[in-house]
Design a protein around this ligand. Structure first.
Ligand code: GDP
Ligand code: IMO
Ligand code: MG
Length: 421
């Protein structure tokens, strides 16, 4: 069967750590969407590693990892990441597989991403500038180049043709940066990529399922960044929700069993766009400090705020979440009072539903206040050692969402996670 781990907020919920933790129970870990915009942090031998392209199961030597067709792949980032991962003794020839249908991010996609952002002025998305949007545009526009095309003798001709098309667009944007160094690096990285296991991902994964193996699908970004259901246009360019597993890996929906949603005990967002519970004050700053909330991919300070139950319940509905993991509970240890957003007030009217354009309506978050637990929680190893008030906080969330938090993560460490029911 296939289980899914994905983010329920605006990304950076701690997916990398949780996938790494659960990977022991699975045979294959597969990424189904996104690309190097993702930054998934995990700790191996107490060393911090941030993965952008490679699934977070890669440090379990006996597990297979698949980069699925729904992913967009930057060969330069991949090569660099493979070198880091290999330095830990991981044999990527043995345990990393890449779908031939995954689309390639070209240097000109990155340039186009930048040019497009600059042209948007103060309406910019806050893209990670990794070329994600332009690459997915070339996919749906039926222009893109895929990993499998690399093995075709006409690849260079197809590349030149697409590059010319991109150049015309870049000229339109008056983009004049020299990208020749990127291109050189890109072609070197393609040679590296060709040596990896390029496979037909859909047969690869379905054969594993047929053989009775367990698959863990790893989401990138978060549900509120989904291209259809997120806070459009301030979203990423792929389907980050559970439906993305089917078209991002070639897995039929009935094969999916658990959808494990990850939420922080509070909320963050990086980049532009609406964020109803954002705290642009000293509490927000305290959350950023306590949670070390700086982007794993871009280093940007993350915007911080209280947990948003309206958005979370919406995410649970869209994804069909069956279990929740709450991360970063320890970050709230020093707060005397906590707040949870239970509804939105839009133009004076209270609602618990997500509006069409959160960025176009005056939204005021309505909160329920909660006493903080005010004791250190990161050393706790069992549910009994967790503060009583934290358990009450969790019960309130469970009741509101109609889905239970089954695990609480109380620190970034590999084993700082507690089963709670
Ligand atoms: P992802 O993109 O969802 O994988 O999340 P990121 O790696 O971008 O950001 C999550 C950050 O929180 C990383 O620095 C993790 O090491 C850290 N982290 C994960 N879980 C916990 C936790 O329970 N407590 C604390 N304090 N940090 C955590
Ligand atoms: P992980 O997997 C947080 C945000 C960007 C920007 C918007 C669009 O680590 O949770 P893009 O580069 O995709 O065109 O950017 O989405 N974004 C993320 N925010 N975590 C991520 O990934 C993100 N990937 C993209 O900041 O607002
Ligand atoms: Mg991240």
């Amino acid at each position: 069967m296939v289980d899914v781990i994905l983010g329920l907020q605006w990304g950076d919920e701690g997916k990398g750590k949780i996938v790494d933790y659960f990977a022991k129970d699975y045979d294959v870990v597969a990424r189904f969407q996104g690309g190097p915009n993702a930054g998934h942090t995990l700790y191996v031998d107490d060393k911090k590693v941030v993965l952008h392209q490679i699934p977070s199961g890669v440090f379990h030597s006996e597990k297979l990892n698949l980069i699925g067709n729904g992913v967009v792949l930057d060969p330069i980032t991949l090569k660099r990441e493979c070198q880091t991962v290999a330095s830990f003794g991981v044999d990527l020839r043995k345990n990393l597989f890449i779908s031939e249908r995954a689309h390639l991010i070209l240097p000109t996609h990155r340039a186009l991403d930048k040019a497009s952002e600059v042209s948007k002025g103060n309406q910019k998305i806050g893209s990670t500038l990794k070329g994600i949007g332009p690459t997915y545009m070339d996919k749906t526009g039926r222009n893109g180049l895929r990993v499998g095309d690399l093995l075709d003798k006409n690849f260079t001709t197809a590349y030149i043709k697409l590059r010319l098309k991109h150049q015309r667009l870049l000229d339109n944007y008056a983009f004049d940066e020299d990208i020749s160094a990127w291109e050189e690096e890109f072609f070197e990285a393609l040679e590296f990529l060709k040596e990896l296991n390029i496979v037909n991902g859909e047969y690869f994964i379905n054969n594993q399922i047929k053989a009775g193996k367990n698959i863990l699908a790893e989401g990138a970004q978060g549900s509120m960044l989904d291209i259809d259901f997120g806070t459009f246009p301030f979203v990423t360019s792929s389907n980050t929700i559970s439906a993305g597993v089917s078209n991002g890996l070639g897995i039929a929906p009935q094969k999916i069993r658990d959808v494990i949603g990850i939420t922080k005990a509070y909320c963050t967002r990086v980049g532009g766009g609406p964020f109803p519970t954002e705290l642009e004050n000293e509490i927000g700053e305290e959350l950023r400090r306590a949670g070390s909330e700086f982007g794993a991919t871009t280093g940007r300070p993350r915007r911080c705020g209280w947990i948003d139950l309206v958005a979370l319940r919406y995410a649970c509905m869209i994804n069909g979440v069956t279990k929740i993991v709450m991360t970063k509970a320890d970050v709230l240890d020093e707060f005397k009072e906590l707040e949870l957003c239970t509804s939105y007030k839009i133009s004076g009217k209270e609602t618990t539903e997500m509006p069409f354009r959160l960025d176009r309506v005056p939204v005021e978050a309505v909160y329920k206040k909660f006493p903080g637990w005010n004791v250190p929680s990161s050393a706790a190893k069992s549910v009994k050692e967790l503060p009583e008030t934290m358990r009450t906080y969790v019960s309130f969330i469970n009741e509101y969402l109609g889905v239970d938090i089954r695990f609480i993560s109380n620190g970034p460490g590999r084993n700082q996670i507690i089963a709670v029911g």
